[in-house]
Every structure is written in C-alpha cells, then in structure tokens.
Unconditional design. Structure first.
Length: 135
C-alpha cells in the first residue's frame, strides 16, 4: 500500500490526477483494501475518487473520438478504447467497459498477430483491470 501511495505522489505532478497510471494505482488500492477485508476503506477510496474518474471518463471519450478520426483502428485508437473502458469500469459501468474492452481487442486482433508484444500487453492490461474491479 505504501508503494502505491508513493507512486501516486510521484506520478501526479508529471501526469495529472486523471492519468491512467493514477487510476490504476487507485483501483489497486481499492482492490487491496477489499482483499484485506476492509470494505469501508475500499468504498471510501472509490467515493473519494469518483469525481476524478468522471472527469477521466470525459477526457477518454474525447481521446476515442479524436483517435477514431486520426488513427482509426490503429495503436492510439486501440489504447484510447482501453483507457475509456478502464474509466467506465472505475465508475461501475461494467457493461459499457466490457463493450469497449471487446472493441479494443477486436481492433488489436486485426492490427497485430496474437503473439505480438503489443497485443499480449493489451490482453494483460485488460485482464488486470478486470481483476482489480472484482468486488
């Protein structure tokens, strides 16, 4: 937990509060609290960050629109879809998140071979994000 908190403090000045790295750290803190049986702390962390997650969702939606126009089906579009799904999942919008994960995987399969490191990284991140959202 201490390392996650320290990482947040280091990354926030560089990337800002709504960066996916910060969201991932916060999701991990929620997961850790749940694993420790401290559901009140997990809920507190989630509630404290809900406004930031909504702001991140809005920014990620803009990214998907922009990269959908400038890099349709490409690397940045695929990852923009993933990051929007991550924001949706953090807000409890599971169905929307799963649809976006599916879209990013579909585009990833079309763009890369199954053993391409970019595709395996995408699959790994999706699985980790899903696992961190399990209550």
């Amino acid at each position: 937990e201490r390392l996650l908190q320290e990482a947040r403090l280091l990354f926030i000045p560089h990337y800002g509060e709504s960066h996916s790295t910060i969201m991932t750290a916060d999701s991990s803190l929620v997961t850790l609290a749940r694993l420790r049986g401290d559901s009140a702390r997990a809920e507190s962390i989630r509630e404290k960050n809900s406004e930031r997650f909504r702001q991140a969702e809005s920014k990620r939606e803009e990214d998907v629109r922009r990269f959908g126009k400038t890099d349709e089906g490409g690397y940045y579009h695929i990852w923009a879809l993933y990051h929007l799904a991550e924001a949706k999942l953090a807000l409890g919008k599971v169905t929307e998140a799963e649809t976006l994960f599916g879209q990013s995987l579909q585009l990833g399969r079309a763009q890369w071979d199954a053993d391409d490191s970019r595709f395996t990284l995408l699959v790994r991140y999706i699985n980790l994000t899903r696992a961190s959202a399990i209550k």
